[in-house]
Design a protein. Sequence first.
Length: 142
Amino acid sequence: MKKQMSRANSMENLKEKNLKEKSGGPGRYGYELILNLYNCDPETIKSRKKLAEYVKLLCKVIKMKRYGPTKLEHFGHSNPHTSGFSLFQFIETSSIVGHFSELWNSAYINIFSCKEFDEKKALEFSKNFFKARKVKSWFLVR
């Protein structure tokens, strides 16, 4: 009986700890928005200029300061499955990473920051910028 009680208390403490972490209590490190954007405008995801513009505008929308230039490279030329741009942007509080599939006209974006940001604005801006018809998103408190 004592073991069961101890285990129940441990589970309750774990639940409390998780709630504190989710609400910004001890243990919170940062916030991550994961976006899968489908049926995007092909011209946008294939354009180095548009992708660089996206990062600059996104940082303004979520009030983040870029640190250094955006790294933008085109990879996967030998296989249509992997062909597309990848981008990386340091921000003062962490980073923005994106991968773009030319085969599927899709974008896969991660925004991680130790500073809070408006994930709804980031999602809506990204959806509109890429003219995505479908979006899957996850927001994590880490």
